[in-house]
Design a protein around this ligand. Sequence first.
Ligand code: PHE
Length: 357
Amino acid sequence: MTHYAMPDRKSWEKEWKEVSGHALVAVNSATSLDGLETLRLEYLGRKGRLTSLLKDLKDFDLGDRRELGGPSNAFKEELSAAIDAKKAELEGAAQDAAIAGTKLDLTLPGLAPAEGRLHPLTLVMREMTGILSRMGFSWAEGPHVETDHYNFESLNFPPNHPARDMQDTFYVDAGSGVPGSILLRPQTSPVQIRRMEAQRPPLRIMAPGRVFRHEAVDASHGAVFHQIEGLYVDKGVTMADLKGTLLVFIQSLFGPKAQMRFRPSFFPFTEPSAEVDMQCILCEGSGCPACKRTGWMEVLGAGMVHPNVFKGVDYDPEVWSGFAFGMGVERIAMLKLGITDLRLFYQNDLRFLEQFK
Ligand code: PHE
């Protein structure tokens, strides 16, 4: 809306004096975005006071237009720039106020993304299979659900052997230990038979995997645990090869001071058989709760492959000989990591698991 009636020079100059004298001061002292917008409309809107002044210049003669047009156009630029600057200032202040209102502490460190890692048993198993693989043992696997045939019969277990009892073995079917029944394998030894059936000698395999036993769970026994089976068949393999292989293995895993001892034992599929103990590394042999104060811990069973086992897979026992061993991964991992209760491996407590890398 125009504030002066006629576009004559006198009233134009009166209005111009007012506008140029007040507009900038008003803009610079605006305290809100709304107030600023009102001022913008008042001076620079389509019918604003400065807009009207500039528009009315067209009715003046050329001399007046030149004289008045320069300063009034320059003032329009100046006023627009002042409005933009004030707008930016007020918007910044509004943002600061909003941030202060939410109490954000921008100096706090960000959240570190959770880092995944391997289970301690996996780490130890990888180390064990790594050593064996560098000694020439190649990877072999067999099913968790096995038949009586592979788990017992072909391993020379007599029909009435106590290990076939339901007390020790989980049966999947109703039969318990009768030929043809199906079970959760209580040892990795059936993989020996499966590999020998599939491959002519010589042969050198390791078979890592899960095994299952009908067992009361305590600090050193689990119903589910892991074994690594080893089998080496060639001409002229002796018990000395077995001892040498196991000593190199144990010292690679635990260092050159690690000690082991063989105790005579019995397994149907090896003859002679031995149980192998490792000197307790927690107490270095002096006796502690972990080794039941004996200074030694049983870590594996081993022996020379029984001729009946060879005969069953059509290997000639007069030509070929071999050794086999089966070690408990949890037992070895406990020694390696200094853990006295095997159940910790299965409780998935992050405070425990996060200690191992
Ligand atoms: N399978 C036996 C066990 O679970 C260990 C073993 C493996 C013994 C190979 C001798 C040879 O106790």
